[in-house]
Structure formats: C-alpha cells, structure tokens
Design a protein. Sequence first.
Length: 162
Amino acid sequence: MAFYTALTPPADPALPLADQLGRTVFLKDGFSLHAFVFTGLWLLSKKLWLAFVVFAVIWAAIGFAGRMLGFDPLALTVVQLLIGLYLGLEGNVLTERRLLAKGWTLAGVVEGRDIDTVERRFFESVPGLGAPAAPGAPAPAAPLQPLPAQGVLGLFPDPARR
C-alpha cells in the first residue's frame, strides 16, 4: 500500500465544491523513478524553476570541476546518480512545498493500492459530495476545511513536555 498526500487548490467561492475538488492533486509519498531518471526535465515538467536552476548550476559546477581537477568520468557519473537519487527521494516533497507556498491546502493523507483507490477513498470522505436529497436540489456546498495543526510528531507529541 502506498500513501498519497491530497492537496486542494485555494478556495474559489465562484466554483461549486465538486469543481474545486476536481482540481485536487494527489502526490505519492515515496521514490519517484521519473525524477531519478529524468532529473532536470522532471523539474521543468513540475514547474520547479528555482530547483532546476540550482540543479543546473550544481550539475555544471561538478562537470567543470571534474574536468579541471581530472576526476575519473565514472566518479562524475556516480555524483550525478547521487543527485538523481536525491531528487527521486525528495522530488514529490519539492512539488508539495511549491503548491503549499501557492496557497494550496493539505487536505489529508490517503492510503491505497493505486491512484484510483486513493481518489475514491478521499472523495468518499468529503462531506457534501453525495447525491442531492431531492431531484433538482443543489448539493450542500460546505467548504473543505484544512487539517488541524498537529504539533510535534514522533516520540514527543506534546512540544511543551520533553
């Protein structure tokens, strides 16, 4: 089973709740093979411009320093693979941070075998998305509430008592 983080876009009062939730993004927690293999192109496809610039500068600096200092090309390849490994492990976190910085809301974490199961579980848990009570009656449009702040996770759930 995999875990997915559900992020909802900023609230738009002009759109019904179902349309707003239709733009929900589910990010898989875990390794991203595409980020590992296609590092720079993956960053560009996810619109992570600053991360791409940092990646390109580091990539160019490693290549330049490797040639100037006479490093073995295999050593440079290993360094490039380590950069790809980092992006494979942390790429989805970068995407999540970009969306949160743009005003998106963390709506929850959902577990499931595949994306279809995850979407079904998430949307079944949202109040106000069921069928209307009477034919032609609009469904109640309760705004989606963000998750409450949780404090500290781990061995010390109460930050005041350690």
